[in-house]
Design a protein around this ligand. Structure first.
Ligand code: GLN
Length: 536
């Protein structure tokens, strides 16, 4: 029998529900429970794939090719599980199903309404996710903030689900901000109280309240939240700022949250065994030598745009025994003033980030040229890989004006071009080459050495690829294509043997990186960058 934990948020968005959901999962996992997670996103898009990462944060790609919310990335990293795309439920998907059923005549005679038809579809999806995972506990994070109109049908569905399950089989955990006033340094509980009231107004009494606060809650503030939130004082916890996100599960467990949740659900009687996780987390904290990385991209104003990449770099750094300092560099800056490229000299490694469209590409190509000619460790991911091909074409092969047809459709030298199967695609949503595909690595190459095996699976999200017409010229000039798709029709990795560390990949290895088990390309990149610094 599956138990359900719903996680809701109050006061403001980005209050840390994703980390909270992951942390509850971890607390149950270390007690021997099988957990899985679902993220509900109340927006009308069918998936996150058609949204600008600058608005919404990174698009996280699952093994089965879903373009999902970045919180699925947190769940996968904290819980070391691979989630299917089904576990990201959106308003768009729910309505698409309901409308399809209506057209098929499955509701014949009825007036189709939010309650019960939409809420039934939400509950069906939640229960199916639990069944597919075969888990003991399904954690369901409801995105947005209580009070949002869009979120209401989902909260209503959750309320009904709790009613339908056996008593005690579903719990509500409400996470709300407790701000600290600058002037008086006081922790203010009123916004949190109001958000609990908002929950009750729609018929949900939280079972547990977690205050998101810079510091642990003071006793009297905790008491107030317990009294006005109508939960026992032992059900009030604080998710306080941590040096590293991976410490949050233990910070909560030390307050008794893991025991409380398992007691309330009547499961996981095993004693918590933190040994494995603790060993991983320790590597992320304490003083370590700093390695500076230049992150060249387009959506650099919002760190969430690249959260899997920053996490993959942190995983790698923790394993190498250093700490990364990431500087976000808008590539357009080099286009405005080419002499600015010399700022890259201050960095131990240079990354060129994934992306779409023309803006900033010339600047990224300048950064790649700098890394290649100055022997600076370089890692190019997806668009960064494609632009490394463009840079090499222009400056080594002498193909003036070489480009990707994404940026210049009429280029004389389309070294990066649309995948053949992409040429006839008109619908934009969910039609890229998406998800996990096998990559065959060339014997003895850097990629092969880093992975330690010949075949790997990495996730993908692209429409363009290295044009096969140019493969031979590149390889003759010394660029090694060290990874291919299984059918040998696509280039997946490139490297330069004459360079200390120059690696690019069409794939997104960051999506499979885990704390304690970093992605090999990221590990190699940080290790090489750390060596640069030693030499300086
Ligand atoms: N825009 C490129 C493509 O579609 C790269 C995509 C990416 O970096 N994820 O192929």
């Amino acid at each position: 029998m599956v138990k359900y934990v719903f996680i809701t948020g109050g006061v403001l968005s980005s209050v840390g529900k994703g980390i909270m959901t992951s942390s509850i999962g971890k607390m149950l996992q270390v007690r021997g429970c099988r957990v899985s997670t679902v993220k509900i996103d109340p927006y009308v898009n069918v998936d996150a794939g058609t949204m600008n990462p600058y608005m919404h944060g990174e698009v996280f790609v699952t093994d089965d090719g879903g373009e999902t919310d970045l919180d699925l990335g947190h769940y996968e990293r904290f819980l070391d599980i691979n989630l299917p795309k089904f576990n990201n439920i959106t308003t768009g998907q729910v309505y698409a199903s309901v409308i399809e059923k209506e057209r098929k005549g499955e509701y014949l005679g009825q007036c189709v309404q939010i309650i019960p038809h939409v809420t039934d579809e939400v509950k069906r999806r939640i229960r199916t996710a639990a069944k597919m995972a075969g888990c003991d506990v399904l954690l369901v994070e409801i995105g947005g903030t209580v009070g949002d109109i869009e979120g209401l049908p989902f909260l209503e569905a959750a309320r009904q689900l709790k009613l339908e399950e056996a008593p005690g089989d579903a719990l509500f955990v409400h996470v709300a901000l407790v701000p600290i006033l600058n002037a008086t340094k006081e922790q203010k509980s009123k916004p949190c109280q109001h958000s609990v009231q908002e929950m009750r107004r729609i018929g949900i009494q939280p079972d547990i309240i977690v205050a998101r606060c810079r510091y642990p809650l003071e006793e009297d503030v905790k008491r107030k939240i317990s009294l006005f939130g109508s939960v026992p004082i032992e059900a009030v916890f604080t998710s306080y700022d941590a040096e590293n996100i991976y410490q949050v599960p233990q910070n909560l467990d030390m307050q008794g949250m893991g025991d409380y949740v398992s007691k309330r659900l009547g499961i996981c009687s095993e004693k918590a065994d933190w040994a494995g996780w603790k060993g991983i987390v320790e590597k992320f904290t304490g003083p370590r030598r700093v390695v500076r990385i230049a992150m060249c991209g387009k959506y650099t104003k919002l760190e969430d745009s690249y959260v899997s990449i920053t996490e993959a770099l942190h995983h790698a750094a923790a394993q190498v025994g250093v700490k990364t300092e990431l500087d976000w560099i808008e590539a357009t800056r080099f286009e405005r003033d080419p002499s600015e490229v010399k700022v890259l000299d201050d960095y131990d490694g240079i990354m060129v980030l994934p992306g779409f469209g023309a803006r900033g590409t010339e600047g990224k190509i300048m950064a790649i040229n700098y890394a290649r000619t100055k022997n600076r460790p370089f890692l190019g991911i997806c668009f960064g890989f494609q632009l490394a091909v463009v840079e090499f074409a222009r400056n080594v092969l002498g193909l003036t004006g070489a480009n990707t047809t994404e940026v210049d459709p009429s280029t004389q030298h389309p070294v990066i071009d649309l995948l053949p199967e992409q040429k006839s695609i008109g619908m934009m949503g969910g039609t890229m080459r998406l998800g996990g595909y096998k990559v065959i690595l060339k014997d003895g190459s850097l990629a092969n050495k880093l992975y330690g095996v010949k075949e790997v699976i990495e996730r993908h999200r692209h429409r363009y690829e290295v044009n096969p017409k140019y493969w031979e010229s590149f390889q003759k000039a010394g660029l090694v294509f060290s990874g291919h798709s299984e059918d040998m029709r696509r280039v997946e990795f490139l490297e330069l043997p004459s360079h200390p560390f120059f690696l690019g990949t069409q794939s997104h290895p960051e999506f499979r990186s885990r704390p304690g088990n970093p992605s090999p390309p990221y590990y190699g990149f940080i290790e090489a960058s750390a060596k640069v610094q030693k030499r300086n």
